[in-house]
Design a protein around this ligand. Structure first.
Ligand code: FE2
Ligand code: FE2
Length: 384
C-alpha cells in the first residue's frame, strides 16, 4: 500500500472509530447504525493491516504516534479520538493482523462505555496506560525516541481533500451500495464550523485540478454554497448537516454516466442527453436503498434539475412541490457549473454568471432564494 492510500485508510479508520463509538453511546444496543459503524471501522482496519503484522498507536504527551511518526490530523473526529484515549488513560493500542470482527466489536463497545474498568486486552488488541513520565518505562517506547525532538517527520493526515473523499463516497454508494456515514459527517461538520466562524463560502470553494475530477469538486462546492445559503436563512445545525449531506450527494447518479458523455466537447445528442438526465432518478433510486441516510438526500438527488416554473427533469406530476433545499441546490449547481471551465466552454466571468442566474429568476429559480444567493456571492471569482 502506498503512503497516500495508507493515510486515507488511517484517516477513515479514526473517523469511523469515533463515529461508531458515539453511535454506541447514543443508540440502543440493537440499533442497525451500531453494527454498520463497527463494520465500517473493521473494513478500514483490515485494509490498514493488510501486509502488516500490527498497527500501533501511541499517545506520547499530546502527540499520537503511529509507525514511528506523529500523526497530524484536523477536524472534530481527531479531537474526539484523543479525548477518548485521554479519558480512558490509554497510552498505547496495538491492533494485530487477523483480528476477528467480534473482538473489534467488543473492544469498541467497551471503549465507548463510561465505566473505566471495562477495557481488557485480548490476543489481537492490546492496550496499556503506561506512565510515560517514568524514565524506566520510557525505554519501552525506544522505537519512538525519548522526546518529541526525535521526530524529523510528521505523517500529516490533514483534512483529506474533500473531493477525493466525495469520489470515494460516490463510488461506494453507486457501485457497492454502501455508505460511510462517518466520512460525510466529518466533511459537513468541518464545513459547518468554517461557515459559522465567518468563513466566506467563496473562499472555501475547491478549484478544479483536472477535468475528470469535475463531478466531485463540483459536489463539494455545491455542498459549501448550499450550506452557506441555508445557514444565512436560519436553518438549525442539525438541519444544516442533513442539508450538507444532501447537497454533497446530489449528483451521485453521475457515476453511471460514461466519461465520453461527461467530457464531450460538443452538444449532446438526444440519446446522450437522455443518459445524462437519468442521473437524478438513478441517484435517488440508489440512495433510497441506503439505510441511515437523511430522506432529504434522495429528494434533492431527484429534484435538483427541476425548475421553479415546473420545467426541467425528471418529469413530475403537476403541482409538484419541490423541496426548498432542492431549490437552493439548483441555484448553487448552476452557479458552480458556470464559474468553472468545462470541456465545451471557458469559465464565465462573475458578471456573466450573475446575469445568467438573474435571467432564470422566476423561471428556473425561486426569485427570493436567487436574490439572497446573488447578494451573498456578488464578489464571485472564477476558477480555471
Ligand atoms: Fe445534476
Ligand atoms: Fe450538479
Amino acid at each position: 500500500m502506498d503512503l497516500v492510500a495508507f493515510r486515507e485508510h488511517l484517516y477513515r479508520f479514526i473517523l469511523c472509530l469515533t463515529s461508531a463509538t458515539s453511535n454506541i453511546v447514543i443508540y440502543p444496543s440493537n440499533h442497525p447504525f451500531i453494527k454498520s459503524g463497527i463494520r465500517e471501522t473493521y473494513t478500514e482496519l483490515t485494509e490498514i493491516l493488510e501486509g502488516r503484522k500490527e498497527i500501533k498507536f501511541v499517545l506520547l504527551r499530546n502527540l499520537l504516534v503511529s509507525c514511528g511518526v506523529p500523526l497530524k490530523f484536523k477536524g472534530p473526529s481527531w479531537r474526539a479520538f484523543l479525548d477518548m484515549l485521554i479519558k480512558k488513560k490509554i497510552d498505547q493500542i496495538i491492533f494485530y493482523a487477523g483480528l476477528p470482527f467480534n473482538q473489534l466489536e467488543q473492544f469498541m463497545i467497551d471503549f465507548a462505555s463510561d465505566r473505566k474498568d471495562t477495557l481488557y486486552s485480548t490476543a489481537l488488541i492490546k492496550f496499556s496506560n503506561t506512565d510515560l513520565e517514568d524514565e524506566g518505562k520510557k525505554e519501552e517506547f525506544s522505537d519512538y525516541g525519548k522526546s518529541n525532538d526525535y521526530f524529523d517527520s510528521v505523517l500529516d493526515l490533514g483534512m483529506l481533500e474533500p473531493n477525493r473523499m466525495v469520489k470515494d463516497l460516490y463510488q461506494k454508494i453507486m457501485v457497492d451500495g454502501t455508505f460511510q456515514a462517518a466520512v460525510i459527517s466529518e466533511i459537513v461538520t468541518v464545513f459547518l464550523e468554517q461557515i459559522q466562524t465567518g468563513g466566506s463560502s467563496l473562499t472555501m470553494l475547491a478549484s478544479l485540478k483536472s477535468v475528470d475530477e469535475y463531478t466531485f469538486t463540483h459536489a463539494v462546492n455545491v455542498g459549501i454554497l448550499t450550506m452557506s445559503l441555508a445557514e444565512s436563512l436560519g436553518f438549525s445545525d442539525s438541519h444544516l448537516k442533513d442539508i450538507g449531506t444532501a447537497a454533497l450527494l446530489h449528483d451521485v447518479g453521475k457515476i453511471q454516466i460514461p466519461e465520453e458523455i461527461l467530457q464531450k466537447k460538443g452538444a449532446l445528442d438526444s440519446g446522450e442527453r437522455g443518459i445524462m438526465e437519468r442521473h437524478s432518478i438513478n441517484g435517488a433510486r440508489q440512495l433510497m436503498k441506503i439505510k441511515g441516510l437523511p430522506r432529504l438526500a434522495l429528494i434533492v438527488a431527484l429534484e435538483h434539475h427541476l425548475k421553479y416554473d415546473g420545467g426541467g427533469y425528471p418529469h413530475v406530476k403537476e403541482k409538484w412541490q419541490t423541496n426548498i433545499v432542492s431549490q437552493i441546490v439548483s441555484i448553487a449547481d448552476v452557479f458552480d457549473a458556470l464559474r468553472t471551465k468545462r470541456p465545451y466552454r471557458e469559465a464565465m466571468p462573475p458578471d456573466d454568471v450573475e446575469r445568467i442566474l438573474r435571467l432564470g429568476s422566476g423561471v428556473s429559480f425561486n426569485p427570493f432564494l436567487l436574490e439572497h444567493f446573488v447578494n451573498s456571492t456578488s464578489k464571485c471569482t472564477t476558477t480555471s
